[in-house]
Design a protein. Structure first.
Length: 346
């Protein structure tokens, strides 16, 4: 990339190795299960997450929606965090396409949901109420600021779900960042979950795609949902080839993105008029002092026009800027960013 793009990890481009693998990928018609590269990706993803089976989907949103459609019946209620991506940023797909009713519960600053809140959200067996079917967690939690949740907490929620006859789905768009943050095998983070969506794009740099994992029977139903949503692809091996590189070459290096985020936050924190509000995994948030003489838009515009550096105000709260590090943000990019921000604010 010939510019510095810190707006998100979703802006990451495929790596040279991915482009090479995509060009050479063996392909077939995936609707006939004939694409060897997709089959390999699904087998490897299931194996890495410790589940029986997997299905390649076009996006995290599609993976979450296929999971909800495969697990639930129309009219069911699902328990989700009030700041979860599934509830806030997936256009209410669960209600639009599945007739599902979200029951929101507060997400705490550490990205967990209190067990008492989960318990209170379960509807009694009462003909006035929808049947509560599923609990969804998010790891790392986007709106909480990239905060990872631990294997211990997830195991508690899994036990809670099992004891109440509920299904546990994890929106693990960045689950490998959580695994890197806790230095644990990703399998341990999702051990008690019935299903997990994770993204091959974002920090793992594949241009397209996510994977949904779970039991054989669940994945068979998820494939039906994917077909109905228009997400069954033909020679998708071209994309799965990049996904295989994402899985096997990119997960272990995510810790570098976290270290880079920390270095960047430390560098920025020395600049007068800039206040770091948080740094977790590959996320950083900061605000500008009111007397700085620049609006956030003017600040962002100056960085883009004068230094070819892209940032954007945080969509959740306009007085903050959110940055995310990724593969294309190296030490040199961090040094350049710190000196450019310092110059713009001086
Ligand atoms: C936590 C989380 N879940 C799901 C998604 C959706 O992924 P996609 O953009 O691939 O649909 C995102 C996207 O940023 C996300 O942050």
């Amino acid at each position: 990339m010939d510019y510095i793009d810190l707006r998100s990890d979703t802006v990451s481009h495929p790596t040279p190795l991915m482009r090479e693998a995509m060009a050479k990928a063996a392909v077939g018609d995936d609707v006939y299960h004939d694409d060897p590269t997709v089959n390999q990706l699904e087998a490897d993803a299931a194996n890495m997450l410790g589940k029986e089976a997997a299905v390649f989907v076009t996006s995290g949103t599609q993976g979450n929606l296929c999971a909800l459609l495969a697990h639930c019946q129309r009219g069911d209620s699902i328990i989700v965090g009030d700041s979860s991506h599934i509830f806030r940023y997936e256009q209410g797909g669960m209600a639009q396409f599945g007739g599902l009713i979200p029951h929101t519960v507060p997400v705490q600053a550490d990205a967990t949901i209190g067990l008492a809140d989960l318990r209170n959200a379960i509807n009694p067996d009462d003909e006035h109420k929808p049947v509560t079917r599923l609990v969804a967690l998010e790891n790392t939690h986007n709106m909480a600021g990239g905060v990872p949740i631990s294997a211990e907490y997830t195991a508690k929620v899994a036990e809670f779900a099992r004891s109440h006859g509920l299904i546990l789905h994890i929106d693990g768009a960045r689950i490998f960042n959580a695994a890197a943050a806790y230095s644990v095998d990703v399998k341990d983070l999702v051990a008690g979950a019935d299903s997990v969506t994770f993204c091959l794009s974002k920090g793992l740099c594949a241009p397209v795609g996510s994977v949904l994992v779970g039991s054989q029977d669940f994945i068979r139903r998820a494939r039906r949902a994917r077909k109905a949503l228009g997400g069954s692809l033909r020679q998708a091996g071209v994309m799965a080839a990049a996904g295989l590189i994402a899985l096997h070459e990119m997960t272990d290096r995510l810790i570098e993105d976290h270290q880079n985020a920390q270095t960047l936050a430390e560098g920025l924190s020395e600049i007068q008029g800039l206040h770091i509000q948080g740094q977790n995994t590959n996320f950083i948030f900061f605000s500008l002092a009111p007397d700085i003489g620049l609006t956030l838009d003017e600040f962002v515009c100056a960085l883009r026009e004068e230094y070819n550096i892209r940032m954007s105000p945080y969509s959740g709260e306009k007085s903050l800027i959110r940055l995310r590090t990724h593969y294309w943000i190296d030490q040199a990019a961090i040094a350049k960013t710190v000196s450019a921000v310092s110059a713009v604010l001086s």
